[in-house]
Design a protein around this ligand. Structure first.
Ligand SMILES: Cc1ncc(COP(=O)(O)O)c(C=O)c1O
Length: 451
């Protein structure tokens, strides 16, 4: 299904947007938002008759694709029955959403605190960790993103933190493994893993283990570059946490719900955190929803002592109904397995083949429907195609690459010197190949900026 082009309507939508909508992360006068007329499956389209293959899943959240009919129907059905009810009541869809999420989270993470999105989930996980341990500080990695609210943005290890960094949030940053740009001068995965774990334990020793409530990590860091950790890293972090009574919080807001080809990325590593945050893929963002899954031990802390946190819309019925429908559809339709298969059979081999032919590709890495393509000026030195946190003219090569993707009918996810290949987990092999062909075209533009 596609709506008829209507450029005049598109222009009116755009004009009202420019007059009244204040956009995220942007200098308001310097942006030019595309007016979107509709979306279905792996595609969305504008009012001028342009259709885009969505290789971004919007903000890496439409794991089930756009307008999945079972999820749309569940929201409609719930809207007819009960649109809203305060979090203090027990409601069928909220109970069922919590049961379905708890049934998929690893280990004994069986209690679910619902939020409206990812940042609030991280915010509450940190609060729970501090209250449970009685310790003030939290550790997180450079090259990470955890959300834009107070604690979450201070945990974030990228330049989006800088304008909001209070310097007093009790956050300690450390380096996690990333062999391609190794902070430890390592030459192989084993060295990188071993040195990253030693660096973490040394940092804890010098900070004072008894001052640290939690280590917060994206299981597979997403926006910061999709760095799949070496197999031993997360089990090693778990062991360090256990040694010092520090809680492990795994942030699965982006990596969870099928993105890596498993329900949770933690499943690849056999690690159970004390707290797990989720959002995005839990209901593909059809209605805002996130949450924290708590271990039995942390839940017990708040059995007779009140948890000092809450939200008017915690466990909102429309959001929960869409989560129930999403999780059931993902299970019935084998969507998690599809993501794994597409990664192994199409995206992995296809991206590696592009890397062989395009001098601008320094590395491809990932799994499932979660891949990063690292663009470089010089493959030998690994100099990024644009400098870290580049803006304006310095970012021109990435701007040209992005424009070339769009001209080829592909909507890319772009961050710094990388493009991420993060389509819906429902993408078919032929759609994935169509996207790779568009990427092939766009990479010829990136190649022009290589040495
Ligand atoms: C790993 C991770 N944590 C937290 C967040 C914040 O989620 P939200 O934007 O829903 O607040 C994001 C968003 O991209 C994320 O990728």
């Amino acid at each position: 299904m596609s709506t008829q082009p209507d450029p005049a309507l598109g222009a009116a939508v755009k004009a009202a947007d420019r007059a009244h909508v204040f956009h995220s992360w942007s200098a308001q006068g310097l942006i030019d938002p595309l007016a979107v007329a509709g979306a279905e499956g792996s595609y969305f389209w504008d009012y001028d008759g342009n259709r885009y293959l969505d290789f971004s899943s919007q903000l890496v959240n439409t794991n089930i694709g756009h307008q999945h009919p079972k999820v749309v129907a569940a929201i409609q059905e719930q809207a007819g029955r009960l649109c809203t009810i305060a979090p203090g009541f027990a409601v069928d869809v909220r109970s069922e959403a919590a049961r379905l999420v708890a049934g998929r989270t690893p280990g004994d993470l069986d209690k679910i605190f619902f939020t409206n999105g990812g940042a609030e989930a991280v915010e509450n996980a940190v609060r729970m960790a501090r209250l449970h341990t009685g310790r003030p500080k939290v550790m997180s990695a450079y090259r990470s993103y955890h959300g834009a609210t107070a604690a979450a943005i201070n945990l974030t290890g990228d330049p989006r933190r800088w304008p909001s960094d209070t310097g007093s949030a009790g956050v300690i940053h450390f380096w996690a493994p990333f062999l391609y740009r190794s902070p430890f001068h390592a030459e192989n995965e084993e060295q990188e893993c071993e040195r990253a774990l030693r660096h973490l334990e040394d940092t804890i020793a010098f900070e004072g283990p008894a001052t640290i409530a939690a280590i917060v990590l994206e299981t597979v860091p997403g926006t910061a570059g999709i760095m799949v950790p070496p197999p031993g890293y997360l089990p090693g972090v778990r062991a360090i946490c256990d040694r010092y009574g520090i809680l492990l919080v795994l942030d699965e807001v982006m990596a969870g719900f099928g993105r890596t080809g498993r329900w949770f990325a933690a499943d690849h590593f056999g690690v159970t955190p004390d707290l797990l945050t989720f959002a995005k893929g839990v209901n593909s963002g059809y209605v805002p929803l996130g949450g924290v899954a708590l271990s039995a031990e942390i839940a017990a802390t708040f059995e007779t002592r009140p948890y000092p946190g809450g939200l008017t819309y915690s466990g909102h019925p429309l959001a929960c109904a869409s989560a129930v429908a999403t999780i059931n559809a993902m299970a019935e339709e084998g969507i998690v397995e599809n993501a794994a298969r597409i990664g192994e059979d199409v995206l992995g081999p296809g991206l590696r083949e592009l890397a062989e032919r395009h001098p601008s590709v320094g590395e491809v890495r990932g799994l499932g429907t979660f891949w990063a393509v690292e663009l470089v000026r010089d493959r030998a030195t690994r100099e990024p195609l644009v400098p870290y946190a580049a803006t304006g003219e310095a970012n021109a090569p990435m701007a040209a690459f992005t424009a070339a993707c769009k001209a080829a009918g592909l909507w890319p996810f772009v961050n710094m010197n990388r493009t991420h290949v993060v389509p819906p987990c429902t993408i078919t092999a032929s759609e994935a190949k169509e996207g790779l062909a568009a990427l092939d075209e766009a990479l010829t533009v990136a190649d022009r900026y290589t040495v």
